[in-house]
Unconditional design. Structure first.
Length: 218
């Protein structure tokens, strides 16, 4: 079984598009009808996120941590307990292509770090996009780590100790731990996700915070 972990804190504006894209990816023919379970981890939600989940074939888990690391770890643990052999992670403000899961598995690696594309730059000044694209390596062998586009075998995940209970950079810590235990990691541009550049980002210190710093005077 393949498990997909999606942490969400008050994501009613974005969550439906995310779920639709993930469930479409779960039906890709190259998955050979393997079961895909989608776990939405509702972290301290007091909006309509839970109600949206009820309209889709997904499972929900509630935590009250305001920590993406805690949320991802809780979802991963539940999926591994249910028998997942592979964990794919994305974010509630992101959408995945129809071949997302198939592309991850095609690498036959212990873990896959993919790339992200920003879906809408309009909230930001032009210099933010220019600075971002000047430093981003959209190529195989890149060094970017995105919780919105990460896959790992359950065995490697457990060996590395899983996601730490951090408010941000839990994805970076996991990948560094995977490297430390000798995991085979594919750094791939063929595994792609579209993500938000919104100004009201959820995780301080995460992707949204990084974009914010690019708008500051040099």
């Amino acid at each position: 079984m393949i498990g997909v972990v999606i942490p969400a804190h008050n994501e009613e504006r974005c969550l439906e598009r995310c779920l639709q894209s993930v469930l479409a990816a779960a039906e890709h023919p190259l998955l050979a009808a393997e079961t895909v379970r989608v776990m939405v981890v509702l972290d301290s939600c007091d909006d309509g996120s839970a109600a949206i989940c009820q309209h889709y074939s997904v499972q929900c888990l509630e935590v009250h941590a305001r920590s993406v690391g805690v949320a991802r770890a809780a979802g991963a643990h539940a999926l591994i307990e249910a028998g997942a052999r592979w964990l794919a992670c994305t974010d509630a403000d992101s959408t995945v292509p129809v071949d997302w899961l198939a592309a991850q598995l095609a690498h036959q690696a212990d873990a896959v770090c993919g790339v992200v594309e920003v879906d809408d730059w309009s909230p930001h000044h032009l210099q933010v996009r220019a600075r971002y694209e000047a430093s981003y390596r959209d190529e195989d062998g890149h060094s970017h780590i995105h919780g919105a586009n990460l896959g790992v075998t359950s065995a490697a995940y457990l060996l590395a100790g899983g996601f730490p209970a951090l408010a941000c950079h839990e994805d970076v810590h996991l990948v560094r731990a995977l490297e430390a235990v000798g995991a085979r990691i594919a750094w791939s541009r063929s595994v792609r996700v579209r993500t938000s550049a919104r100004l009201d980002f959820r995780a301080q210190g995460g992707f949204g915070s990084y974009l914010q710093t690019l708008g500051e005077p040099a």
